[in-house]
Design a protein around this ligand. Structure first.
Ligand SMILES: NC(=O)c1ccc[n+]([C@@H]2O[C@H](COP(=O)([O-])OP(=O)(O)OC[C@H]3O[C@@H](n4cnc5c(N)ncnc54)[C@H](O)[C@@H]3O)[C@@H](O)[C@H]2O)c1
Ligand SMILES: [Zn+2]
Ligand SMILES: [Zn+2]
Length: 375
């Protein structure tokens, strides 16, 4: 079938993207689902910094590729052997398909699926197929999803079915921002009520973590960003203290305000500098969790002995260290009961043709979560 999609041909174009147009809105061909695959009509697709990192070359991917990975939609058609989904079902996309039988999948860690990571690296589906093309030329899939398009054909294992009563715009944010942010709090951090925590980097992912920390009952929530506008928003969402990351005395100020540092610092800025800072504001016995994705060449340095003598912990968190088929319904239930108001993350609604302007807004921090709506 013919569909409209946002194709990335070249990384590293200059901003403003509204002028350089890294994402070309084009008519492309999409094949229907093969065995184990599903054709989904897109409802909404969120703009995440991980898409921007492909556009600006910080997270290089093979090209040409149809970008987008945070989305919701409605099943249109299922391929052979797909027995648990049918046309009309509402689904959320997950950007790491899980095979269900490799070593990490067997250990209950589908976010680390080995074949999933391999196929995501190559730009094809978990089934090994590619279903997108343009004038006979193959186009690659972004992390098995490619949601900046009117329809997507994906592996069954890139989808989680959801309750059709949940608004599809909120559901769209669950697959990346909320799974990652709230998952880092509940799964990676195992945050208990009453503690002291910090969120560093207040984009869609960091603010989803902040909303999660409020739900988890954290007593002191310190929010840090380079933009004062983000600090003000964080206070509205429940941050008890806010600090600007560019203040030269910020480390000392956070340590003082929290009487020796936070129990857990969660980093969602995507830079090694922000990660080192997050480590520096944790207390003796504290845990630093990082979900930001810096350039592959970025290195960090920490005083090695502090891990031992201060029993400090440093943990990575990918897709919130979770099990999407368990966590997506859990987080949506918390949303429905008003405990996880992640709809507040949604600041802009766009048409597909406005997507380059959307990435300018994401780059300069004037938006939190923006979604492309598909009619
Ligand atoms: N681990 C995962 O599974 C996963 C999933 C999604 C996104 N990510 C990554 O998480 C990061 C955040 O994504 P997002 O969509 O929320 O991005 P975003 O651009 O919306 O937010 C990033 C925020 O960090 C702030 N920031 C930048 N440098 C900072 C610094 N030195 N100190 C404090 N704040 C700083 C920015 O002002 C901005 O508000 C990105 O690196 C993204 O690639 C990881
Ligand atoms: Zn994302
Ligand atoms: Zn696996």
């Amino acid at each position: 079938m013919k569909i409209r999609a946002a194709v990335l041909e070249e990384m590293g174009l200059e901003r403003p993207y509204a002028k350089s147009l890294p994402l070309k809105i084009q008519e492309v061909d999409l094949d229907g689902p093969g065995p184990g695959e599903v054709l989904v009509k897109m409802a909404v697709a969120g703009l995440c910094h991980s898409d921007l990192s492909v556009i600006d070359g910080n997270r290089p991917r093979p090209l040409p590729m149809v970008l987008g990975h945070e989305a919701s939609g409605i099943v249109e058609e299922v391929g052979d052997y797909v027995e648990d989904l049918k046309p009309g079902d509402h689904v959320v996309f997950v950007f790491m398909p899980s095979c269900g039988h490799c070593a990490p999948c067997s250990e209950g860690r589908p976010a680390l699926c080995e074949p999933g990571a391999e196929h995501n690296g190559k730009g094809d589906l978990l089934t090994g197929a590619t279903r997108l093309s343009r004038n006979g030329e193959r186009l690659l899939h972004h992390v098995g999803v490619s949601s900046f398009a009117e329809y997507a054909t994906v592996s069954r294992r890139s989808l989680v079915k959801i309750d059709p009563e949940i608004p599809l715009d909120v559901a769209g944010l669950i697959g990346c921002a909320v799974l990652t942010g709230a998952g880092a709090v509940f799964n990676t951090g195992d945050v208990k009520p009453g503690g002291t925590m910090a969120v560093v980097g207040l984009g869609g992912v960091g603010l989803a973590a902040l909303i999660g920390a409020v739900a988890a009952g954290s007593e002191t929530i310190v929010a840090i960003d380079r933009l004062d506008s983000k600090l003000a928003f964080a206070r509205e969402l429940g941050a008890t203290h806010t600090f600007n990351a560019d203040d030269p005395d910020v480390t000392a100020k956070v340590r003082e305000a929290t009487k020796g540092g936070v129990q857990a610092a969660l980093e969602f800025a995507g830079s090694a500098k922000a990660l080192e800072f997050s480590y520096a504001i944790t207390r003796r016995g504290g845990t630093t969790i990082t979900a930001g994705l810096p350039h592959p060449k970025a290195m960090m340095s920490i005083p090695a002995v502090s891990l031992v003598a201060e029993e400090r912990t440093l943990k990575g968190s990918y897709i919130g260290s979770g099990v999407p088929s368990r966590d997506i319904p859990r987080f949506l239930n918390l949303f429905r009961r008003g405990k996880l108001p992640v709809d507040k993350l949604l600041t802009h609604r766009l048409k597909l043709d406005e997507i380059n302007e959307g990435f300018d807004r994401l780059s300069d921090g004037s938006a939190v979560r923006q979604i492309v709506e598909f009619p």
